[in-house]
Write a new protein. Structure first.
Length: 291
């Protein structure tokens, strides 16, 4: 892949689930630290609760990032408020970043944090699928944003510029009905059957079937980017390295690039050299210092 040394513009730096190398992902502390470190924007993943609140969590289950278990979708917001979402990280939270009971966030609460930054800042929302609520997830997110004053034409809420992301082509197409394509990012990544089976604890047959569905979604996502149906491409850094031709083609055709998750110096340098527009990282201070 050819590196373009004539592009001096610094990529924007988005904090992946907040400054999540420092504090537990998606917590108040992680986002406040990202703002303090000067991140140009923050990224979050969203799910729906049983009572239809939009909450910030990556996994569909509670087991990895809380002291609870089971599906997020089977808990009400009040039930989730009782869980501990920060202690697993083992990082002491400064008093100014809130109490342990204040670390779990809804989408409106994150917007309040970003408004208080009192400067222009981006918010990249990833809509997680498969969801038991299917495309109702997208509808609820848009309803919440509208209630907060979101303007669909500029995709902004006060000082916050909002963009939307998903690996799911169905999600992307559904969003396209209400959101200008420039603010929608089709996420893409390579599908590894063995990794999927191990991560999800699936047998050979079920794991293969799930992988086939995910591979079909990847191919459709690539077609969406080839056809220019949305304005943003969101490949993982491994994908960038392994699919040089596709990346070059999308760059040349005007797609805006948001690459994840970029933490090492070599990967930052690669992205900057290629003219990548946005870098998503767990370590915003470190990446900003390098850039």
């Amino acid at each position: 892949m050819t590196i373009d040394e004539s592009r001096p513009v610094r990529p924007l730096v988005y904090a992946h689930r907040g400054s999540s190398a420092a504090f537990a992902e998606h917590t108040r502390a992680a986002y406040l630290r990202a703002i303090a470190e000067g991140a140009d924007g923050v990224e979050c993943d969203v799910h729906l609760t049983k009572d239809q609140h939009v909450v910030l969590l990556h996994d569909a289950n509670l087991d990895r990032t809380s002291d609870g278990t089971g599906p997020v979708a089977e808990r009400t917001l009040d039930e989730l408020r009782l869980l501990d979402f920060s202690s697993w990280k083992g990082a002491r939270i400064p008093t100014e970043y809130g109490a342990r009971s204040e670390q779990f966030l809804t989408l409106p609460e994150l917007l309040d944090i970003l408004r208080a930054a009192a400067r222009p800042i981006g918010l990249a929302i990833e809509l997680k699928h498969p969801s038991p609520y299917q495309l109702k997830l997208e509808d609820r997110v848009l309803d919440v944003l509208r209630a907060e004053g979101w303007d669909s034409r500029s995709s902004a809420v006060d000082n916050v510029s909002v963009s939307f992301m998903s690996f799911s082509p169905d999600s992307v197409r559904h969003l396209r009905k209400s959101v200008p394509g420039d603010y929608i990012c089709q996420l893409v990544d390579d599908i590894n059957v063995e990794e999927i089976r191990e991560e999800l604890g699936l047998g050979p047959f079920t794991g293969g079937a799930v992988a086939n569905v995910m591979k079909a979604a990847q191919l459709e996502g690539e077609r969406i980017l080839d056809e220019g149906e949305v304005g943003m491409a969101g490949p993982g850094i491994d994908y960038v390295r392994q699919h040089a031709r596709a990346v070059q083609r999308w760059l040349e055709s005007g797609r805006r690039f948001r690459v994840w998750t970029v933490d090492s110096e070599n990967d930052v340098a690669l992205c900057q050299g290629l003219g990548i527009h946005e870098i998503t990282t767990n370590r915003p201070a470190q990446v900003l210092a390098q850039l």
